[in-house]
Design a binder for this molecule. Structure first.
Ligand SMILES: Nc1nc2c(ncn2[C@@H]2O[C@H](COP(=O)(O)OP(=O)(O)OP(=O)(O)O)[C@@H](O)[C@H]2O)c(=O)[nH]1
Ligand SMILES: [Zn+2]
Length: 358
């Protein structure tokens, strides 16, 4: 009996509101589960009966359901004849999305239903403010609450000075100083975590080390999990979603190389909240804070109240975001051209292979 079986769905973040919302699915004999790892067409899901593997059929338009770690789903439970099947994805309360590295117009979902988006930054490396701002925009946009966790404090003589610098570019965001080596700040992180937390940061930032600290001795439970699909098979599954001993759930993403922005207008406004506030006092409501007369943002720079770098960074990220939006528009136009005939053919073939309404 592994410790896996003493866990309940509540340990994975299931709550009363979800339970209420699920009533209509439950009436159809479906069960809830949370995706701990998603692949194309298949995923590992934690249900009240343990971890199972489920298939993910195409949705009613023929597109693959885009499932992601952290999603809650309604499942048709497995039978002697067939594997479990995902029939619906429950409404996401939040979603972390980035532009795809390939530069296509569709965003890539990194994590779903996260309450805290923790940006992990190593103090052993020089601070890259714009990188933090970029991740903050992504975090704000997700609908989760951003948090900055500075790691490797033991490698940095002026860790708290650095924390102040980071706090200056992260209005409204809690900034914590930690070390996985000395244990500094780990309790602060525990105290700051509610619900599901995702760690975002570049490779080597110290995410795994931090995760290990938070997990304590339960870490080994990550890799060995019993497959309970009723067929008695035992498999080893790599999971990206793990309950923390003191409460909360850790969502582990693979190290991020490039993080392109995708549709983050609001996220940028929250990241640069002091600029957004100043902008309300510009003479023109559509002021771009470039050369306009009566610009309150430029006046603040002039007065030394706002660093020039902050505005430059804001403009740069806005431009990048606008480019991503233009790509999306181009894709939507191209999709609209797809012939009705093609769509009809697609639908027929789906109805044949999946007679049940999704
Ligand atoms: N001195 C010191 N080193 C640390 C600390 N945390 C992590 N490291 C080291 O930094 C390196 C990278 O740490 P990881 O935890 O693997 O980083 P990561 O962000 O998970 O990296 P990816 O898995 O590649 O995304 C390892 O050599 C760790 O031992 C710390 O608090 N202090
Ligand atoms: Zn202005």
């Amino acid at each position: 009996m592994s410790s896996e079986h003493s866990l309940t769905l509540a340990d994975y973040g299931w709550d009363e509101q979800r339970d209420n919302d699920f009533a209509e699915h439950a009436a159809q004999g479906l069960v809830p589960g949370r995706v701990v790892r998603a692949e194309r067409g298949q995923c590992d899901v934690v249900t009240a009966a343990g971890l199972i593997r489920a298939t993910v059929p195409p949705d009613s338009t023929g597109d693959q359901h885009v499932l992601c770690t952290g999603d809650w789903a309604a499942l048709q439970p497995p039978t002697a004849q067939s594997a479990a099947t995902i029939t619906a994805i429950l409404d996401r309360r939040s979603a972390v999305t980035r532009a795809r590295v390939s530069g296509t117009s569709v965003g890539q979902l990194l994590a779903a239903n996260v309450d805290i988006v923790a940006i992990v930054v190593s103090l052993a490396d020089p601070l890259k403010q714009s990188r933090i701002e970029r991740l903050l925009a992504l975090a704000w946009e997700s609908g989760g609450m951003p948090l900055v966790i500075l790691t490797k404090a033991d490698q940095c003589p002026d860790a708290h000075q650095k924390a102040t610098e980071v706090a200056d570019i992260a209005p409204g965001v809690n900034v914590l100083v930690t070390s996985a080596t000395t244990g500094e700040g780990i309790d602060d992180v525990r105290a700051a975590i509610t619900g599901t937390v995702v760690l975002l940061g570049r490779s080597g930032a110290g995410k795994s080390s931090l995760g290990n600290c938070l997990l304590g001795s339960d870490l080994l439970a990550i890799n060995t999990v019993r497959d309970t699909d009723g067929k008695g098979r035992h498999t080893t599954a790599w999971r990206e979603l793990v309950p923390l001993p003191g409460g909360g759930v850790l969502l582990d993403t693979p190290g991020l190389r490039g993080v392109g922005l995708h549709d983050v207008d609001d996220g940028l406004d929250q990241t640069f909240a002091e600029i957004t506030d100043l902008a309300e006092h510009c003479r023109f409501t559509d002021c771009a804070h470039q050369t306009e007369p009566g610009c309150a943002v430029l006046a603040a720079i002039e007065d030394g109240d706002l660093p020039r770098r902050r505005l430059d960074s804001y403009h740069r990220l806005q431009r990048e975001n606008a480019h991503a939006a233009a790509r999306t528009d181009a894709r939507l136009r191209a999709e609209a051209k797809r012939s009705a005939k093609e769509m009809g053919r697609l639908r027929k073939s789906i109805n044949r292979s999946h007679p049940r309404k999704m």
